[in-house]
Design a protein around this ligand. Structure first.
Ligand code: F0G
Length: 451
């Protein structure tokens, strides 16, 4: 079938405000050319992130009504804990209010100045938390990842050769290694089970722990099932269990594959790690059985984690992304291939090849998509990952898809918008920063177009 079959029907609607091009030009100017500073209601299709923006199911909403708001040892905590134990088989389980809170407490309790933490690619908050602890966050994406149009099936993989060299030279400075599934920064690309297993084996030689950043673990499980032959008849739950079996700990933002609007966790096997994390959690997030979340949030995420592992849901989700990517490819628009798990990534360096990286071609494209069609996307390039005049290795624009929110006709509209901007690409203008913060500058920077 060519039509995407959304495996749900709509029980409640949320109106979108329809804006004109003129209104959008004014709004973007008022937001200092930074789409993070726009009001959400001025964005007709909001693809800024897939984080916390999904639609919950009737079962999740029903579970929320059962939320037990007791301070300690609530029934909702038990539900949350048993769900995560079933999926991860980790001994110690801690809720946090979102992913970066888990990352922050991990960095606080396990990272010392001067240490090195390798990852296939650190997400920006992970990197920022590690650097805040004065450690060095090192990205080791596989070689295939740098060729944006190569069709290698697991472009999210860790580069094991480079990891081996780093371990040989600096193993005493490496407190743990991370793997991010799927690799968000590298285009939402998957990590193979083999790569996770091989990383584990390498680390065993040095007795260094492995931590999975599991934000999109269910999407990764689907990729493993569809691309690694030995898993073609496995359930997504079994694949997820095997992925976690190679790890000593995991952090996760439940705003992604928890199918919830808020939440996160840290899980681990080591008692000392758990002890330190628990103490830090009490200080900063809350009592260990709620960790900054309401009982109803614990319920919503416990149900959401199971729904994310349903095969028909993942089939629909991946079909949406492939549909959009294939249509753009037919129009010769440069996109990252193969399709990632939660987004379509445009290659802004090729899209706007007349704009140098120092003038943020990705931001120029993001802003044009907003003006053209009220579509909000995000730059993953030199504004997000560069520093001063130093540019990022890639200039990507991410169109991240909230889970279960938009229909096929929204995607058809989106394709038209990208096509219009592509046709007028020579008119895109570079930008310069006029105000920036010392960390995570892309969230708040003010920019001006260069004439
Ligand atoms: N790790 C990865 C791989 C992520 O993608 C994110 C968030 C986090 C950690 C942090 O989680 O937001 O709950 O604190 N990514 C969002 C995004 C923000 O838009 O990709 P958080």
């Amino acid at each position: 079938m060519k039509t995407i079959f959304e495996p749900f029907r709509i029980k409640m609607t949320e109106s979108l405000k329809v804006t004109s091009r003129g209104e959008r030009i004014t709004k973007l100017k008022e937001a200092n050319n930074n789409v993070f500073l726009l009001d959400a209601e001025d964005c007709m299709i909001d693809l800024l992130t897939d984080s916390g923006t999904g639609a919950m199911s009737d079962r999740q909403w029903a579970a929320m009504m059962l939320g037990d708001e007791s301070y300690a040892g609530s029934r909702s905590w038990k539900h949350f804990e048993s769900t995560l134990r079933d999926i991860t088989d980790m001994e110690y389980i801690f809720p946090t209010h979102q992913g970066r809170a888990a990352e922050h407490l991990l960095a606080l309790t396990r990272v010392k100045p001067g240490q090195i933490i390798p990852n296939n690619s650190h997400f920006d908050t992970t990197r920022a938390n590690l650097e805040f602890a004065k450690a060095q966050a090192v990205d080791l994406p596989c070689r295939e990842a740098s060729d944006l149009s190569a069709n290698f099936p697991f472009k999210g993989n860790m580069d094991l050769d480079r990891l081996a060299v780093l371990l040989k030279d600096h193993h005493e400075r490496i407190p743990f290694v991370m793997i991010t599934v799927t690799n968000n920064t590298g285009g939402g690309q998957p990590v193979s089970m083999k790569n996770i297993k091989d990383t584990r084996q390498l680390l065993d030689q040095y007795r260094i722990p492995l931590i999975i950043d599991a934000c999109r673990f269910a999407e990764n499980a689907y990729f493993v099932r569809s691309k690694e032959q030995e898993y073609e008849s496995s359930s997504l739950l079994d694949i997820a269990r095997e992925m976690f079996s190679y790890a000593d700990a995991a952090t996760m933002s439940l705003k992604k594959d928890g199918l919830a609007n808020i939440g996160g966790f840290f899980v681990c096997r080591n008692q000392d790690w758990a002890e330190d994390f628990r103490n830090a959690l009490i200080l900063q997030e809350g009592f260990p059985t709620y960790g900054g979340l309401a009982g109803r949030d614990l319920e919503a995420t416990a149900v959401g984690l199971r729904e994310a592992l349903q095969l028909d849901y993942q089939q629909y989700r991946h079909a949406t992304i492939e549909y959009m990517m294939n249509k753009l490819l037919k129009l010769n628009i440069p996109v990252v291939q193969p399709a990632g798990g939660h987004a379509v990534f445009l290659d802004a360096a090729r899209f706007a090849n007349h704009i140098p990286p120092q003038q943020f071609p990705g931001v120029a494209l993001v802003n044009a998509l907003y003006i053209e069609g009220g579509v909000r996307s995000v730059e993953l390039g030199s504004l997000m990952f560069g520093k001063g005049d130093q540019s990022a290795p890639q200039e990507l624009v991410r169109l991240a898809f909230p889970r279960r929110v938009y229909t096929q006709s929204h995607f058809d509209y989106l394709i038209e918008v990208v096509e219009e901007v592509w046709a007028a690409r020579k008119q895109l203008k570079g930008l310069k920063i006029v105000k920036e913060a010392p960390f995570l500058r892309h969230f708040s920077a003010w920019l001006e177009e260069i004439d």
